[in-house]
Write a protein that binds this ligand. Structure first.
Ligand SMILES: Nc1ncnc2c1ncn2[C@@H]1O[C@H](COP(=O)(O)OP(=O)(O)OP(=O)(O)O)[C@@H](O)[C@H]1O
Ligand SMILES: [Mg+2]
Length: 500
């Protein structure tokens, strides 16, 4: 084996922050190399540097033994490096095929040669088990499928070194297996994969080697077979792995949320939601399991009032069917949306302005007359402290936060209002093991105090550990109800795919 990528002593600072102090790593050809570390440790930054999206302040990069100095991603792509981002960068209103070839269209006598593109894509899709309909519009795809498009796009450009930034954060177990199958396929063909993840069990399952970064510096490089996930966690944060679990029964008498035969029709063959009914009490957590795209997002959006539906939804004993989104929010419904970039943040705005989102009529932001900037700034600071959002201050732009710190901020923004009902989609997605434990603790405390929680998660251990009841959704319907105390991730996974 030979070293295909070597980073030596990379450093990078942003105003007020040292993102990389001294990051070194070596990637062997034909291997899967994982990069782990706390939120904000500098993982995404160093990968952006390797991909030419950021310029390092110091250090060296060698690709196949040659020193390189990429000025932009195009130069990295030329050198055979491709990156699949933590947040997909696809054009929604283009088809899969158009997205894949965008910028490197095959031409035949001046025209785009769609046939050639189509053949090449289906060949790649077959080779790597990344099946996809090339003519589907990207806006109609679920997260797992969007990721396939991103991967195909990178392969289409001839990458032999693929960088993945938290590829599994958004996937359900079956999709993770598929992805890992694909990664091992790539490895067998001599390609190299660098992969960032917070899921240490997965890291050990798929990676050959692991580099651990702490506070911007490489602290260890180990072989997967030589360590346990516990040891990895200790290298990362110096503490043990937290567990998702709630204790005892905190369910109260009053029903906070009730859905009765809620249906969301669509123009397609099946309803987006069909006859969903359930009751949720104060102090109770209902977990919604399902393979991405089986109605979970529509369920959350319906409860929030973002989608039209038939049937009845009542909150605190009163119907809310005619209430708008903002009226529902004002009644005490908190929301952690599934896609933090599209639905939860204004990336180009400072944190204090992001603090306002959804709460422009609530104290302390709105004092009855005007938006109180000073109070909002202070409150933003409080959230940042309580939820360990690591960033210079309330004036920092949301885009400058690491992924996990953005997520902690969004969770904090909802939790400080202590909503009666929290609709939480993937609340710990992309946060490190330490922060994950802290968010679970917040949810536990809120449940004890009587918050009703609708929890949607692709992390089955989280769903099972945190929920009092579990509903399984398939094709817009609730197809099973399971007792979390009696189920395992394997059983739940089987129920999610409809297997008996
Ligand atoms: N464009 C930017 N401007 C200013 N600061 C930035 C920028 N990008 C990253 N940072 C800061 O650099 C540090 C490292 O961020 P990075 O995104 O590399 O972390 P990470 O290890 O990927 O974390 P996570 O696991 O949360 O995704 C953080 O403190 C972050 O706030
Ligand atoms: Mg990151």
């Amino acid at each position: 084996m030979s070293v295909v990528v070597e980073l030596r002593h990379i450093s990078k600072r942003f105003p007020g922050v040292v993102a990389n102090k001294d990051v070194s790593l070596k990637v062997q050809s034909g291997s899967v190399h994982a990069l782990v570390g706390e939120n904000g440790a500098g993982k995404s930054t160093v990968m952006k540097i390797l991909y030419g999206m950021q310029r390092p302040d110091g250090g060296e990069i060698l690709v196949n033994g040659q020193q390189v100095n990429f000025k932009n991603p195009n130069e990295a792509i030329e050198a055979g490096i491709g990156m699949v981002h933590q947040h997909f960068m696809l054009a929604d209103n283009f088809t899969v095929l158009e997205n894949i070839i965008l910028g490197s269209e095959p031409k035949k006598s001046g025209q785009i040669d769609f046939n050639e593109a189509r053949n090449k894509i289906s060949e790649m899709a077959n080779t790597y088990g990344l099946e996809i309909n090339p003519d589907e519009l990207v806006e109609n795809l679920g997260v797992g499928q969007r990721q396939r498009v991103e991967i195909l796009k990178v392969l289409y450009r001839g990458a032999s070194i693929l960088i993945f930034d938290e590829p599994t954060a958004v996937l359900v177990p079956q999709e993770v297996d598929d992805l890992f199958g694909a990664l091992h396929g790539l490895r067998e063909k001599g390609m190299s994969v660098i992969f960032i993840s917070h899921k240490l069990d997965e890291v050990l399952r798929v990676a050959d080697e692991v580099t651990v970064i702490r506070a911007g510096s490489t602290v260890a490089e180990v072989k997967s077979k030589d360590v346990t996930s516990k040891q990895l966690a200790e290298l990362m944060v110096g503490s043990e792995l937290p567990k998702p679990e709630t204790k005892g029964n905190t369910k109260r008498e009053n029903i906070v949320l009730e859905l009765n035969q809620v249906t969301v029709p669509s123009k397609g063959a099946r309803n987006l939601l069909s006859n969903i009914s359930f009751k949720l009490h104060a102090g109770e957590v209902i977990g919604i399991a399902g393979v991405e795209g089986n109605g979970q997002s529509e369920l959350t959006e319906t409860i929030l009032g973002l989608l039209e539906y038939t049937g009845q939804i009542s909150f605190d004993g009163k119907t809310i069917d005619t209430k708008s989104v903002s009226e529902r929010r004002d009644l005490g419904i908190g929301f952690i949306p599934e896609d933090r970039h599209r639905q939860a943040l204004m990336l180009g705005s400072p944190l204090w302005e992001n603090r306002i989102l959804g709460y422009q009529r609530s104290k302390p932001i709105f004092n009855g007359f005007i938006l109180d900037k000073k109070a909002t700034m202070q409150d933003t600071q409080v959230i940042m402290q309580e939820f360990d959002v690591r960033a210079p201050g309330p004036n920092t732009l949301a885009t400058a936060l690491s992924g996990g710190n953005q997520q902690k901020f969004i969770v904090g923004r909802e939790m400080v209002h202590a909503p009666k009902l929290l609709v939480a989609s993937h609340p710990t997605r992309g946060v490190d093991v330490g922060a994950q434990g802290a968010i679970w603790e917040e949810l536990r405390k809120a449940r004890e105090k009587g918050m009703a929680i609708v929890l949607i998660s692709a992390d089955l251990e989280e769903l099972i550990g945190m929920s009092d009841r579990l509903l399984v959704m398939l094709r817009g319907e609730v197809t099973a109800e399971l007792d979390p105390a009696q189920t395992t991730p394997e059983k739940l996974g089987a129920a999610m795919t409809g297997a008996k």
